[in-house]
Design a protein around this ligand. Structure first.
Ligand code: MG
Length: 158
């Protein structure tokens, strides 16, 4: 049986925080605000995995009211979700992600992100696709107020 899940997230840019996307620190003058490390890409990916597995959403698993998740490393949260998905008798087939961000350019970091996520997912990098686009100057993304991410995950029962 094959299963599919989707995920979406967005976070606001603020000064004085690191910009972490897909588990990789990206040099930039601002970072994303959030209870955890605000890794918007991993949060979308976690929701895609949980969605495909029929296991709810990230907020149910890691509540932002829980002090344990303050400044949490989202890559570690992703690893926990992968363990949960595998324990549910499922195998991850592939994931596909899109980051929507005006600046900075993601292109120089895509390969590092792909490798970091592949490691956490236990997949070959070829099964982890990372895409980037912009808001074409429109809306909150176009004004550089924040970053959004979309992800899909395909799963199958083992
Ligand atoms: Mg989030």
């Amino acid at each position: 049986m094959s299963l599919a899940g989707i995920g979406y997230d967005c976070h606001r840019f603020v000064p004085g925080r690191k910009l972490i996307l897909g588990g990789v620190e990206i040099p930039y003058e601002r970072g994303l605000d959030g209870h955890s490390d605000a890794d918007v890409l991993i949060h979308a990916l976690i929701d895609a995995l949980l969605g495909g597995a029929g296991l709810g959403d990230i907020g149910e698993h890691f509540p932002d009211t829980d002090e344990r998740y303050r400044d949490a490393d989202s890559l570690a949260l992703l690893e926990t979700v992968v363990t949960t998905v595998i324990a549910a008798g499922l195998e991850i087939v592939n994931v596909d992600c899109t980051v929507i961000m005006e600046r900075p350019k993601l292109a120089p970091h895509k390969q590092a992100i792909r490798e970091a996520l592949a490691r956490a997912l236990g997949l070959a990098p070829a099964r982890v696709n990372i895409k980037a686009t912009t808001g074409e100057g429109m809306g909150f993304i176009g004004r550089g107020e924040g970053v959004a991410a979309l992800a899909t995950a395909s799963l199958r029962s083992r």
